[in-house]
Design a binder for this molecule. Structure first.
Ligand SMILES: [Zn+2]
Length: 810
């Protein structure tokens, strides 16, 4: 048993590694032999090798039969009198992760323990079948760990990936549960498949599926294959192993949070926890049996997968060139992330800059550009070739657009870094992360002020710490030049004046914090600039440490709330107060500077209005409750509050007086939209029943990437260039704010960059708002139609969200 880490709530993360009782190799020798024989590690080719099977359970904590099944499966392989398992173990090694998400699982188990009745109720509408918000599916920060394999934003994932990448199993199974009325799902998976999935990976899935079917048929158990669970998005427990050479599979048993101990199904049967465990146990055994039967081919094909990556990658693009300044923290973070996945990179071998042609990610066309000394070069010719191509190719290749998840994730867009895809190979030399990127500071003695440019999340972390030290900070709204150096908008100007109370500590605190966060902080001896406005100008606006609050509870998307929570607590380390949206009436808004409304329906927002006399007569009510944003919110904004509204939460404010957000730009556009709607309704009368799923595609957008035009003279976009790459998660759109600042917009229809977007969405996308700020009284309302914190991995959005919280000001 290996403890590979701990959860955020301090629970242990473990795997058990099971070998044959006669095995006299150490676990470490088995691992090393496997890595060498797969061509993933140097060394003398070992004689004996095993098929390595890794079974992972309960990535979703409320899918409770998983962890129980892990125990039963473990028992089958620990029981030396079991002839089958003892035979299989002669040529296989089994790794069991009994629970990938112990925090979520315990949340569910505690809920069930508190609410379960005796005897258990099988009526799904009773309390024991209805988990409260947030469910046990997710981890401590409400992240779905089965979306995080690639991004490693969560502690559980990053610790597990270290172990996973040191073992690189041949087969990985991710155990789940689905709706209690859907009996069992196993491989082969549904379409679309990513075009990088090999014919062997497709074939073995079918072989294993057939083996499971044998057992299910024998017992008359129902199941389905080839539906729902597709193989595209790389963050899953099936696709990530597949892109790493394994046969990755998802198994789903009926059950889930609503399953309880027993639940009545629609066909009149009763689904028990005991039977759920049994089915998951059988597929575990059947997987091991299949691995044993096909061990030689499995081992051979796995080795070939990496060899082919080195010799002959299938992608059109052979090299990816990423431009990043040496001291840009994005560069370091990107390199460290590549290291975690075992993706190799380097810099150009030739020191001289030279011109070459390639596809520009930003311009979406072939251009000539200069390859320079410090560019990051990632070659498709490498062992992790498939993973590299899947993550870096500019446009996702998929066979079908009806998918389960987002369809675009190309890394240069995620990081917002200039990049090029080349059809040729560039000679490179290796470089290492954590080298050559330390900023060298040269500070004056006793300076007049310190200047910290505003470019990256490190500058944001620096500001967060500066605020915690109670230091007064100004932000420059105009570019300026001093001592021959140009500074962009957003530069933090921290003068000795206004901070005298700190005495000499002023210098040490700032210098230590700049070193800690590796920021480009400089110092100046005068407040008079050679270009732009001097430091005493009103354009050098004072920003103060805001008291930040976020709304939570069942009105709110637990994911988006969790993303906000994780952002403050784990990424920028700034205090955050959490209130329940249902308590909006009693939240002490006067103590809050910034209120964040995550995506959600805000169904419990009600507003008491004094009705007109006519209504009183009709309803006989003294006052009327309407489902509007409570008036106190707008009053608070007018007094200087900043309200940040994300995605679907914007719906609450559409066409509501004072909030500045409208559904239609004009009467004409409203009429046109209604006409179109009528026409569509008429057209759709003859739609075919069998196309019911597909008919929504024209209006869908499954997480595609768009290029947003940016007004980077507005504080919401300080630190950004002219474009921002945004992940569209839905198709809902808003026209420009009639009286506000339209800071991030789609000005023409050619702004779709990658991923699936239905043709009707493409037609509608022109002239829409993505990010905007509506000034009201002394405060601001900041609308973020796309969620910049999506799953914590959209690196490009982190500074933007920080701007909304700290820089937009009031
Ligand atoms: Zn699941």
């Amino acid at each position: 048993m290996i403890k590979y880490g701990e959860t955020y709530e301090g629970r242990p993360l473990i795997v058990a590694i099971i070998t044959h009782p006669d095995n006299n190799l150490s676990v470490e020798d088995i691992r090393k032999n496997h890595m060498i024989s797969s061509g993933l590690q140097e060394g003398e080719e070992p004689e004996n090798d095993f098929a390595l099977v890794w079974l992972s359970y309960s990535v979703h904590g409320n899918e409770s039969s998983s962890t129980e099944a892990a125990m039963e499966t473990l028992y089958s392989f620990a029981n030396t009198s079991n002839e089958n398992t003892m035979e299989w173990l002669k040529r296989t090694v089994l790794i069991i992760d009994p629970c990938m998400n112990p925090d979520g699982r315990d949340r569910y188990v505690q809920f069930y323990t508190m609410t379960g009745t005796n005897p258990a109720s099988s009526d799904f509408s009773t309390r024991e079948h209805e988990e409260p918000w947030p469910s046990g599916r997710t981890n401590h920060y409400h992240f779905d760990l089965n979306r995080d394999w690639t991004w490693l934003t969560q502690k559980e994932t990053s610790q597990r990936m270290k172990l996973y990448n040191s073992w690189m199993p041949h087969i990985h199974v991710d155990y789940h549960e689905q709706n209690f009325d859907e009996p069992y799902y196993f491989a082969p998976a549904a379409r679309p498949y990513h075009n990088q999935i090999t014919s062997w990976q497709r074939e073995l899935q079918k072989i294993i599926g057939k083996n499971h079917a044998r057992y299910f048929d024998k017992n008359n158990w129902l199941y389905f294959t080839k539906e729902h669970f597709d193989l595209l998005y790389p963050g899953y427990g099936d696709t990530y192993p597949i892109y790493n050479g394994a046969i990755g599979m998802t198994y789903e048993k009926a059950g889930g949070g609503a399953g309880g101990i027993s639940v009545a199904t629609s066909d009149g049967d009763t689904l028990t926890l005991r039977s759920r465990i049994k089915h998951h146990h059988i597929t575990g055994l059947s997987t091991m049996e299949s691995a044993y039967k096909h061990k030689d081919r499995i081992i051979k094909e796995f080795k070939y997968f990496f060899k082919k990556g080195l010799d002959n990658p299938i992608s059109k693009y052979k090299t990816f060139v990423i431009k990043a300044e040496l001291n840009d923290p994005k560069r370091e973070d990107l390199l460290r992330w590549l290291d975690s996945h075992g993706i190799e990179y380097g810099r150009p071998k030739d020191d001289r800059a030279r011109s070459i042609r390639g596809l520009s990610y930003f311009l979406d066309e072939n251009v000539s550009f200069r390859v320079e000394e410090n560019d990051i070069i990632i070659s498709a010719d490498q062992k992790k070739s498939v993973l590299t191509q899947v993550l870096f190719e500019p446009k996702t290749h998929y066979e079908d657009s009806l998918t389960y998840d987002i369809t675009a994730w190309s890394i240069p867009y995620v990081y917002g870094l200039e990049a090029y895809a080349l059809e040729t190979v560039i000679p490179q030399v290796n470089i290492e992360a954590n080298k050559s990127s330390k900023v060298i500071h040269q500070w004056n003695k006793n300076p007049y002020a310190y200047l910290n440019p505003w470019h990256s999340i490190n500058d944001l972390k620096f500001l967060s710490d500066v605020f915690k030290k109670d230091i007064v900070v100004r932000v420059s709204e105009e570019p300026f030049e001093i001592d021959g150096v140009s500074y962009d908008r957003g530069t933090l100007v921290i003068s000795r004046k206004a901070n005298e109370k700190l005495g000499l500590k002023f210098d040490t605190i700032l210098r230590d914090l700049s070193k800690k966060h590796n920021t480009n902080m400089t110092s100046v001896k005068s407040g008079m600039v050679s270009r732009g406005k001097d430091f005493g100008s009103s354009t050098m606006r004072v920003i103060k440490a805001p008291k930040v609050a976020v709304l939570s509870g069942q009105d709110v998307s637990s994911y988006n709330f969790g993303e906000v929570w994780h952002y403050f607590e784990q990424q920028i380390e700034y205090p955050l107060s959490v209130y329940s949206a249902e308590d909006i009436g009693s939240i002490p808004l006067e103590k809050i500077d910034v209120l964040i409304m995550p995506q959600g329906n805000y169904g419990s927002f009600v507003n008491q209005i004094s009705p007109s006399e006519e209504i009183v007569e009709k309803t006989n009510a003294d006052a009327l409750l309407v489902n509007d944003p409570p008036e106190k919110i707008l009053e608070w904004v007018d007094r200087g509050g900043r309200l940040i509204v994300i995605g679907s939460a914007m719906e609450k404010f559409v066409d509501k007086s004072g909030y500045g957000l409208v559904r239609y730009e004009s009467k004409e556009s409203k009429k046109a939209a209604q006409e179109l709607k009528k026409k569509r309704k008429k057209e759709s009368r003859l739609k075919k029943y069998e196309e019911r799923n597909r008919s929504r595609l024209p209006d869908a957008s499954y997480g595609s990437i768009i290029r947003v035009d940016v007004d980077n003279t507005h504080p919401l976009m300080f630190g950004y260039k002219k474009n921002y790459y945004s992940l569209r998660q839905g198709s809902r759109m808003y026209p420009y704010l009639p009286n506000g600042w339209n800071v991030g917009t789609i000005k023409n229809a050619s702004h779709h960059v990658s991923g699936f977007m239905g043709y009707r969405v493409k037609q509608k996308i022109k002239d829409n708002l993505i990010f905007g700020v509506h000034d009201s009284g002394r405060g601001r309302i900041i609308y973020l139609a796309d969620n910049p914190l999506f799953r914590g991995f959209w690196y490009g959005g982190k500074l933007l969200f920080g701007n909304a919280v700290f820089i937009v000001g009031s």
